[in-house]
Design a protein around this ligand. Structure first.
Ligand code: RP5
Length: 162
């Protein structure tokens, strides 16, 4: 997979977001989907964000998973500069437990959509699964791996509590 061009970009506002966003990366790895991970901050590295978003479509990215916390403008800013669908993951913040991140990402004014997921690890996992589902329509091998992932999840649920 290392030799395959990434089709999903995972971006995050800070190194401190990696603890959350690595779950998106792990999920894509489990599904055999080529991806890349980058630290791209809307306010600390705005030119890096501009360059990343502007190049995304031409580089073949099919979705961008963007995680940020606090005044989390990364997903919306990225979405404003690319036609590639952006899936936003609100990272749990220290001050407000991620409610600030969630509202910053979900409350986009009409016109520039950002698909918004749950706060923290569940959101990172689900953003990756959603990206996989987006690819599955044109990639039968991804559809098959996603089906298997869901079957395995179902099989792992015990009938009785231990
Ligand atoms: C945001 O500020 C990042 O997405 C991160 O969640 C938050 C805190 O960043 P650090 O101060 O930990 O670098 O831009």
């Amino acid at each position: 997979m290392a030799d395959t061009a990434p089709v999903i970009g995972i971006i995050m506002g800070s190194q401190s977001d990696w603890e959350t966003m690595r779950h998106a990366a792990d999920t894509l790895t489990a599904l055999g989907i080529a991806h890349e991970c980058r630290i791209v901050s809307a306010h600390r590295t705005p030119e890096r964000l501009y360059d990343y978003a502007r190049a995304a479509s031409g580089r073949g990215l099919r979705a961008i998973i963007a995680g940020a916390g606090g005044a989390a403008h990364l997903p919306g800013m990225a979405a404003s500069m690319t036609p590639v669908p952006v899936l936003g993951v609100p990272v749990e913040s220290k001050a407000l437990s991620g409610l600030d991140s969630l509202l910053s990402i979900v409350q986009m004014p009409g016109g520039i959509p950002v698909g918004t997921f749950a706060i923290g690890k569940p959101g990172a996992i689900n953003a990756a699964l959603f990206a996989a589902a987006m690819l599955a329509g044109t990639a039968p091998e991804v559809a098959e791996r996603l089906d298997r992932w869901r079957r395995d999840q179902t099989d792992a649920v015990a009938v009785e509590p231990a």
